[in-house]
Design a protein around this ligand. Structure first.
Ligand SMILES: NC(=O)C1=CN([C@@H]2O[C@H](COP(=O)(O)OP(=O)(O)OC[C@H]3O[C@@H](n4cnc5c(N)ncnc54)[C@H](O)[C@@H]3O)[C@@H](O)[C@H]2O)C=CC1
Ligand SMILES: O=C(O)[C@@H]1CCC=N1
Length: 293
């Protein structure tokens, strides 16, 4: 059987942007065994030390500049911040192959706006093939929850390449493009919500007398065990929660307190606001006013 990686053999994949998500993808792709026949290039704006670190750490080649990095690329992974895409994309398009496949992880930016920016850099690329995707940083350990949407111009072969890349770093599913901002607010940002919960639980353990290391270890294993229960028992989270909650017991006291402090509301509002922010980031009026981040 052909592995995911073999489908990418002999290809050149250029990462434009060398930050958190680029590293997570590179780490996942290289450490989960991407075929050595696949060439990974990475380039950033102006941080040679960062590129040297990535080259030393992973099986990637640092591009000298954006033009050189993309010129032979079969696939170009757009990994820059939303505020930088306007500057980067026309330059990329002007130097990339006309038949390059673009994969964007940039929050908020639609397939249509990306196509327009590419056409602006290279009028010959009038209907470029674009995949808009939203992974999360768990790519680094092969556990991303990723969703993607493809432009109409994409081919069945493009889907094979995209699945090969995304399935190498976790699970992937397709969604209608308009839902990608929701995916961003939910699972793109999601690891941060979970880390925040871990921070809070660790502090809570310390509040009730445990030392930090003991509290942290107990929290991590609790998280891991609960995730494993969810994926392995086939039971719903509500049923599993119910089984922990003895009437009038400790969990009941804890959950009642979470309800009293609006836990569910806070989580739901966080995802709504993160989703709204993704929409704002993709707004063509970017860069934002000085008051916004
Ligand atoms: N950090 C995360 O958890 C996730 C981030 N994303 C998306 O990934 C993108 C990057 O996010 P991070 O990695 O967190 O940002 P980051 O700030 O860590 O990295 C951004 C990179 O882009 C490079 N860059 C900026 N302008 C450039 C240009 N003109 N040419 C070449 N490189 C350029 C920077 O030098 C830097 O290496 C964003 O659009 C974000 O929405 C998507 C999923 C998860
Ligand atoms: O915070 C952000 O804008 C990015 C998008 C998803 C995760 N991080």
């Amino acid at each position: 059987m052909t592995s995911h990686h073999e489908k990418l053999d002999d290809m050149t994949i250029a990462f434009v942007g060398a930050g958190s998500i680029a590293e997570a993808l590179i780490k996942g792709l290289t450490e989960t065994g991407i075929g050595h026949a696949t060439r990974l290039l990475v380039v950033n704006r102006h941080n040679p030390a960062r590129l040297a670190y990535l080259e030393a750490q992973y099986d990637v080649i640092a591009g000298k500049d954006i033009r050189q990095a993309v010129v032979d690329a079969d696939i170009i992974l757009l990994c820059m911040k939303p505020k930088d895409i306007h500057e980067a994309l026309p330059v990329i398009a002007a130097h990339a192959r006309v038949d390059a496949l673009y994969i964007s992880v940039v929050a908020g930016y639609t397939i249509r706006s990306i196509q327009e920016m590419i056409a602006c850099g290279n009028p010959l690329a009038s209907t470029p093939r674009i995949v808009r995707t939203m992974p999360n940083t768990s790519c680094a350990v092969g556990k991303s929850a990723t969703a993607y949407a493809m432009s109409d111009s994409c081919t069945a072969r493009d889907r094979v390449y995209v699945e090969a890349i995304l399935c190498s770093v976790g699970t992937s599913c397709t969604v209608d493009e308009h839902l990608l901002n929701a995916v961003t607010g939910l699972s793109g940002s999601g690891p941060a919500y979970v880390y925040y919960l871990v921070e809070a639980l660790t502090l809570a353990g310390m509040d009730v007398g445990l030392d930090e290391q003991t509290s942290y270890s107990l929290v991590i294993q609790t998280l891991y065990g609960a995730a494993h229960m969810l994926t392995h028992t086939g039971e719903s989270p509500a049923i599993l929660r119910d089984r922990v909650t003895s009437p009038g017991g400790t969990t009941f006291a804890g959950i009642s307190t979470l309800q009293q402090f609006g836990f569910e509301h806070a989580i739901r509002q966080a995802v709504v606001n993160a989703t709204k922010r993704a929409t704002e980031l993709g707004d063509h009026s970017y860069p934002p006013t000085p008051s916004s981040k």
